[in-house]
Design a protein around this ligand. Structure first.
Ligand code: 26W
Length: 834
C-alpha cells in the first residue's frame, strides 16, 4: 500500500498539537480571512471571482471546527462508551458555511469582521455550492439527524459515499425538465478532510474456497476477487454551541495499484488503465431515483462498497481500542440502516466477523442481530429493493452464501413456530423464488436487526398490518415508530433570521435547543401588536421569496396574495396533478367572473422528476404550460399567479419555507411515509392543507383541527374505495371538475403540442388510478376555499400562523433522535473535555 500508511519514522512530539485557541472575535476572524485570501490563495485586487472570498472564509471557520473536532474524537475514545453509525447512501447536507457560523456562535462576529473589510457576508455565503448527495426526504432526514446527534452530544458517525456527481441540476426548457450533471467538487471542497491512512480494501467478484483447519473448523476464503480501495473523506458536523463536532465519513472509490498486473505485464497498458476507471466509477454518480429501484449492477456495487468499507472501519476502530475480543462488541456498537439501501451490511458484518476475524457462526450472528437496526421509509411496492440472486452470485459470491445460510436458519425458525405452514415459509423467505430468483432486502434487514421502525405513526401502523405483517406476528417487539423531525437550527434559526429575532425577544433563546419552548408563543397569538410583528416578518420573507421567483422564473408574485407552495420530488402519489387541477379550477372561475370575495393567490411548485419517470416529467410540463397560459391572461392580473421553480434543493427551501403561507401536503392517504417539508413549513408559520397521511396526522393533532385545512379520503377509505372507484362518474357529477377536464382535454394548455398531456389526463379518468385524484378533488377545492376565506381575515390567519409555529416543537429532529437513542441506540452523551 502507499507510503501514507507506513509508520512515520520522524514522528512529531505532542507539542506540535499544542496550539492556542483561535480567535472568535471580528478582528481575529478577519485576519485569518485576509491571510487565507491573500497568502494561501494568492488573490489580489485584480481577482474578481466571488469564489475565493467564500473559500477563504470557509477555511477560517474550518480551522475553528478542527480544534473542537479533535477534542470530540478524543473524548469519545476516552469515554469508551457505546457508539452508533448511521449508514446511508444519501446525505443531503446543504451548505455548511452559515451552519458552522451559527453553531460556533460566530455569525455576528464574522459579519462584523467582513463588514470592516468592505465585504458582505450574505453575498459571500451564496457562492457555496449546494452538496446534493441525496434525492429528497430520506437524504435530508439523514442530514437533520446528524445535526441533532451532534447537538445532543451523541457519539454517532455518519457513513456514506462521496459521489463525484450529486443530484442532477434541473433546467426547464420550453416547459420541460432538462438534466445537467452536477460536478459539485470541481472547485474543491474546503469542508472535507481526506484520510488516506484509513483506506480500506473492498472485494468484488471472484469465488469462494473452503477448507478445514487443524481444529476441524471450516474456513471460507473469498479469492480471485477484483478489489477496489475505499478512501475516506471526513466532513465535520458541528453541534449547536456545545463544542461537539461529529463526523460524516464519505468513501471514495479508487483503483488498487495492482488492479490488473497480468494485463499490464502483457503490455495492455490502456486496457489495464481502463480497469482502473471501472473501479473508480463506483462513487462517480448518485442514482437520481426516488422511490423506484432499477436493479442496476453499479447500484449494488455502491451499496456493498458502503457497507463493507464502513464495517471494516468500525471493526478496525474496535480492535484499536479493545483488541480482537468481540465479546462486548454488540453492547458497545449499533448500526442504523437508512432504508434497505445499506441492508447488505447484515451479511457483510457476518462475513467479516467470521472470515476475517475468526468468529463462529453463532457468535457472529449474535453480534449482528444485536447491532443492526433498520428504518423503513416507504410502503410503495416499486421502491422495495430486490436484487437478482444471479447478480449477487457474480458480484458478491461469499455474501450470497451467507444470505442463503441466514435464510435456511431463519426458515427453520419459522417452521418451528408454524409447523407445516409452507405458504408462510414461502412468503417470508429472504429469497423470492421464480424464473429469476431475487433477494428481498427488506426481509434481510428485518431478520438481521433488533429494531425495525417506520417514520410516522400511520406509516409504522400500515407496515405491521401490511408489508411486514408476518414478521410482526413472529417478533412483535422488534417493531416501533419514530416519527421524523427536522433540525430547528437550519430550518428556523438559520433560514429565518427575522423570526429568530422575534422569538429570542419573546421567549428567550432556549428554543433553539429545546423546540418545545415554542409553545410559550401560544398566549402571544392573542396579542394584536405581536401579531402585527409576526405578519410583518412573514411579509418581509415573502418579499425575499418573490424576488427569487421573479429572478428565476420571471413571474411577479404580489405580496398581498396567499403564497401557496408545493415543493418536493415530483411523483404521482404526491399529487402535484391535483394541485394543477385546482389552479385550472381557479382560472375557470376567473374566466367565468366568479371572483366575489376572491383571495389573490400565488401558486409555486417545484421539484425534480427522476430522469426516466415519463409521467412525472409530463406533470412538470403541464405545470409550466398552465403557468404560461394563466400568467399571460390579463384577466388573472392581481388574482392568480403560477410558477414552477427549477432546481429545487436544500438552499432554495431555505428561502421558500420562511416565505410560505400555505403548505401543500396532498398525497394520497397511506402513500407518503412521513413527509418532512410539511414540518419545515409549519415551523416557519405556514398552515397546512393536507390529507390524513404520514406526519400530517400528527401535525394536525399538535396544532388542532381548527388550524389545519383537512380534506380527502383516509388510508382505509382509499383501500376500500378501490373496488368501486368510478372517476368518470365523479367527473360527470361535479361541474367544476367537468369544466377543468374539458379545458384540459380541449388542448387549451398544449395548443401547438397535440396530445402531449394525454397520458396525464387519462390517468385522472382511469378507474384503476392508484392515486385517486378525482376522488379527492371536491374535498380539496372546498378546503382551498376555507383557506382563502381564512386568509382574507388577516387577524385570524396570523393567529393560525403563530399557533402552527408554536405547536411545531414536536417535529424537531432533537425529539426524534432522543427517541432513537432512548429506544434503540441507548448511547450516553459525551461532552468534549478540556
Ligand atoms: C432504490 C430507490 C429508492 C430510492 C429512495 C427507493 C426509495 C427511496 C426512498 C425511500 C425515498 C424517500 O426519500 N422516502 C421518503 O423518506 C422521508 C424520510 O423518512 C419521508 O419523509 C418521505 O415520506 C418518504 O417518501
Amino acid at each position: 500500500m502507499s507510503s501514507l500508511t507506513n509508520p512515520i519514522k520522524n514522528q512529531p512530539n505532542d507539542s506540535v498539537f499544542d496550539l492556542p485557541p483561535l480567535s472568535m472575535e471580528p478582528e481575529g476572524l478577519a485576519n485569518d480571512f485576509k491571510r487565507y485570501y491573500a497568502h494561501t490563495f494568492g488573490r489580489d485586487r485584480d481577482c474578481h471571482s466571488a469564489y475565493y472570498p467564500y473559500k477563504a472564509l470557509a477555511i477560517t471557520l474550518r480551522d475553528r471546527l478542527m480544534e473542537r473536532w479533535k477534542v470530540t474524537r478524543q473524548s469519545y475514545d476516552e469515554a469508551g462508551s457505546k457508539r452508533a453509525y448511521y449508514l446511508s447512501l444519501e446525505f443531503l447536507m446543504g451548505r455548511a458555511l452559515s451552519n458552522a457560523m451559527l453553531n460556533l456562535e460566530v455569525d455576528g462576529a464574522v459579519e462584523k469582521g467582513l463588514y470592516n473589510l468592505g465585504l458582505e457576508l450574505e453575498e459571500i455565503a451564496s457562492n457555496e455550492p449546494d452538496p446534493g448527495l441525496g434525492n429528497g426526504g430520506l437524504g435530508r432526514l439523514a442530514a437533520c439527524f446528524l445535526d441533532s446527534c451532534a447537538s445532543l452530544q451523541l457519539p454517532v458517525r455518519g457513513y456514506g459515499l462521496r459521489y463525484e456527481y450529486g443530484m442532477f441540476r434541473q433546467l426547464v426548457e420550453n416547459g420541460e425538465q432538462v438534466e445537467e450533471p452536477d460536478h459539485w467538487l470541481r472547485d474543491g471542497n474546503p469542508w472535507e478532510l481526506e484520510r488516506p491512512e484509513f483506506t480500506q480494501r473492498i472485494q468484488f467478484g471472484g469465488r469462494t474456497e473452503s477448507y478445514t483447519d487443524q481444529k476441524g473448523r471450516t474456513i471460507v476464503q473469498w479469492v480471485d476477487s477484483h478489489d477496489v480501495l475505499a478512501v475516506p473523506y471526513d466532513i465535520p458536523v458541528p453541534g449547536y454551541r456545545n463544542n461537539t463536532v461529529n463526523t460524516l465519513r464519505l468513501w471514495k472509490a479508487a483503483a488498487t495499484d495492482d488492479f490488473d498486473l497480468d494485463e499490464f505485464n502483457a503490455g495492455s497498458y490502456p486496457e489495464s488503465v481502463a480497469q482502473k476507471n471501472a473501479a473508480e466509477h463506483i462513487t462517480m454518480v448518485l442514482y437520481p431515483n426516488d422511490a423506484s429501484e432499477n436493479g442496476k449492477e453499479l447500484r449494488l456495487r455502491q451499496q456493498f462498497f458502503l457497507a463493507s468499507a464502513s464495517i471494516k472501519d468500525v471493526l478496525r476502530d474496535w480492535i484499536r481500542l479493545h483488541g480482537a475480543d468481540f465479546s462486548r462488541f454488540a453492547e458497545l456498537n449499533c448500526f442504523q440502516l437508512n432504508d434497505t439501501h445499506p441492508a447488505v451490511s447484515v451479511a457483510e458484518l457476518m462475513r467479516q466477523l467470521m472470515d476475517e476475524h475468526g468468529l463462529e457462526w453463532g457468535e457472529a450472528w449474535n453480534i449482528t442481530r444485536h447491532t443492526m437496526a433498520y428504518t423503513n421509509h416507504t410502503l410503495l411496492p416499486e421502491a422495495l429493493e430486490r436484487w437478482p440472486v444471479r447478480l449477487f452470485r457474480q458480484l458478491l459470491p461469499r455474501v450470497l452464501e451467507i444470505i442463503f445460510e441466514i435464510n435456511a436458519r431463519f426458515l427453520a425458525e419459522v417452521a418451528l413456530r408454524w409447523p407445516g405452514d409452507i405458504d408462510r415459509q414461502r412468503r417470508m423467505s429472504l429469497i423470492e423464488e421464480g424464473y429469476d430468483p431475487q433477494v428481498r432486502m427488506a426481509y434481510l434487514a428485518i431478520v438481521g436487526s433488533y429494531s425495525v421502525n417506520g417514520v410516522a405513526a400511520l406509516h409504522s401502523e400500515l407496515l405491521i398490518e401490511g408489508l411486514f405483517r408476518d414478521f410482526h406476528d413472529l417478533w412483535p417487539a422488534k417493531f416501533n415508530n419514530k416519527t421524523n423531525g427536522v433540525t430547528p437550527r437550519r430550518w428556523l434559526a438559520q433560514c429565518n433570521p427575522g423570526l429568530r429575532t422575534l422569538l429570542d425577544e419573546t421567549i428567550g433563546t432556549d428554543w433553539v435547543r429545546d423546540l418545545d419552548q415554542l409553545a410559550r408563543l401560544v398566549p402571544h397569538a392573542e396579542d394584536a401588536a405581536f401579531r402585527e410583528r409576526w405578519h410583518q416578518i412573514k411579509q418581509d420573507n415573502k418579499a425575499q421569496l418573490a424576488e427569487h421567483v421573479a429572478e428565476i422564473c420571471g413571474v411577479n408574485f404580489p405580496l398581498d396574495a396567499i403564497f401557496d407552495v408545493q415543493v418536493k420530488r415530483i411523483h404521482e402519489y404526491k399529487r402535484q396533478l391535483l394541485n394543477v387541477l385546482h389552479v385550472i379550477h381557479l382560472y375557470n372561475r376567473i374566466k367565468r367572473g366568479d371572483t366575489a370575495n376572491w383571495a389573490p393567490r400565488c401558486v409555486l411548485i417545484g421539484g425534480k422528476a427522476a430522469p426516466g419517470y415519463v409521467m412525472a416529467k409530463q406533470i412538470i410540463r403541464l405545470v409550466n404550460n398552465v403557468a404560461r397560459v394563466v400568467n399571460m391572461d390579463p384577466s388573472t392580473e392581481g388574482l392568480l399567479r403560477v410558477a414552477f421553480v427549477p432546481d429545487y434543493r436544500v438552499s432554495l427551501m431555505e428561502v421558500i419555507a420562511p416565505g410560505t403561507d400555505l403548505s401543500e401536503q396532498i398525497s394520497t392517504a397511506g402513500k407518503e411515509a412521513s413527509g418532512t417539508g410539511n414540518m419545515k413549513f409549519m415551523m416557519n408559520g405556514a398552515i397546512t392543507i393536507g390529507t390524513l397521511d404520514g406526519a400530517n396526522i400528527e401535525i394536525r393533532d399538535q396544532v388542532g383541527e381548527e388550524n389545519f385545512f383537512l380534506f380527502g379520503l383516509t388510508a382505509a377509505g382509499v383501500e376500500s374505495r378501490r373496488h368501486h372507484y368510478d372517476p368518470n362518474g365523479i367527473i360527470a357529477g361535479d361541474p367544476a371538475l367537468m369544466d377543468v377536464m374539458n379545458l384540459l382535454e380541449s388542448g387549451h394548455f398544449n395548443q401547438f403540442e397535440g396530445g402531449v398531456f394525454d397520458q396525464v389526463i387519462l390517468s385522472v379518468r382511469n378507474p384503476h388510478d392508484p392515486w385517486m385524484t378525482a376522488a379527492d378533488f371536491r374535498g380539496y377545492i372546498e378546503a382551498q376555499e376555507q383557506a382563502a376565506a381564512a386568509y382574507r381575515d388577516r387577524e385570524r390567519w396570523v393567529r393560525m400562523s403563530i399557533l402552527n409555529a408554536a405547536r411545531s416543537g414536536h417535529f424537531s429532529s432533537d425529539r426524534t433522535i432522543g427517541e432513537y437513542n432512548r429506544d434503540i441506540w441507548r448511547l450516553t452523551p459525551v461532552a468534549p473535555g478540556r
